[in-house]
Design a protein around this ligand. Sequence first.
Ligand SMILES: Cc1cc2nc3c(=O)[nH]c(=O)nc-3n(C[C@H](O)[C@H](O)[C@H](O)COP(=O)(O)OP(=O)(O)OC[C@H]3O[C@@H](n4cnc5c(N)ncnc54)[C@H](O)[C@@H]3O)c2cc1C
Length: 426
Amino acid sequence: MSIYGVKSNLWQLTSTNRLKTACLNKDTQVDVVVIGGGFTGVSCALKLAEKGSKVILLEAEQIGYGGSGRNVGLVNSGLWMPPEKVETIIGQAAGTKLNQFLARGPESVYANIKNYTIDCELTRTGTLHCAHSKSGLINLKERLRQYKARGTELELLSKAETKNKIGTSAFHGALLLQGAGTIQPLAYIHGLAHAALAAGVTIHQDTQVIAIERNNGLWKIRTPTYTIGSDAVVLATNAYHQKIMASSAPVYTPVNYFQTATKPLTKELLKRILPERQGCWDTAMVMSSLRCDKAGRLIIGSVGSLNLPTATIHFNWAQYKLKKLFPFLHDIEFEHAWHGRIAYSNDHLPHIVEFGPNALNIFGYSGRGIGPGTMFGQAAADYILSGDIDSLPIKPEKIYTEKFTKLKGVLYEAGATAFHSTAGRL
Ligand SMILES: Cc1cc2nc3c(=O)[nH]c(=O)nc-3n(C[C@H](O)[C@H](O)[C@H](O)COP(=O)(O)OP(=O)(O)OC[C@H]3O[C@@H](n4cnc5c(N)ncnc54)[C@H](O)[C@@H]3O)c2cc1C
């Protein structure tokens, strides 16, 4: 089957609660302007409004246009790298604080879903981190030790137990993270945005911020037509940043990740594949992911862009990989294929840059942004309101730079393409 016949982002098809917002039609003045309608920006705006601030959120495209509306939907705790590494990079005290903070990621997402009655295909049967090789299993045993020591609920499954959960004997074992789950990410962010509107946030979509200036002790947020004055500004544009003059910008290596979804599987097949509906990802250097949506489509993903001529290589690999994992699927049809850009930082940690008084730029979740984005957004709101630096999960920096980010992005893409073309031919 060719990639050219498949439709785009599945999450757009199955999101029914999209937002309609009015255009910005005058210059105005508020307490806080939040830029970017993803998990970070919307969570921040929502919390600020609930605490009584007058807030405007500006989104250049549509709510969820960025990573928040394109991701796999694995709601995991912590970061992608194991907790001891976090403590080594930023020091024991700061690392412990960040690890403890992000351990609450799934809880905070579930609390939002419950409190704002968000219909987003939530499953709470855990996620599976799968060992693709013997060395992957050693990696998982080490993670088990580190997470257990920090009180996280998780269990190492044997090869046979993993087969029962997924329906394939391809993996050497898996870590079952009991507190984790899956969501339909675009439906979650739309639900959060509806809650923000209800709490009093004014949201303008299709409104790109083109400049941020400091004038007479106030921020001036310029759009192509009008200007908003504010005491504080939160930049939450992350990997989808569109140029803003005179402003701090996120700094990251762009890494594309694609997903492709089959047509809904039959009831019989769904009893054999992921019967409890856990979401999975693996330990391979070129990572891949696997999950089902509510309608029973099987969604497989990995590193790579679908916007380049090499898209076919990634798509062919996905078909090959599904057949290898589940030979009984035969030639199942694919319905959807899409990709998104991940903001990787050098140290794989999120960063907060304080680029002026009451001005934060938050980015670099490095592929783990559902819980972290939700929580960093809320923490930014707390900091803007209180000025208490301890309310932030990490210390803000005045400036953040990285070199050769574009080149590193090209190398990630080349590596994934080489891997998928070799694996696809085996
Ligand atoms: C394919 C993929 C798979 C992933 N899988 C997972 C996963 O399974 N689990 C997980 O935890 N994380 C995952 N992530 C990471 C997670 O999705 C992101 O970290 C998270 O969505 C980032 O949210 P955000 O709010 O910071 O940024 P975004 O969601 O990218 O939002 C930024 C917004 O800013 C807007 N914007 C940009 N410039 C301007 C401007 N000048 N003016 C106004 N608006 C502007 C953009 O249009 C965009 O909507 C994945 C990411 C991708 C791309």
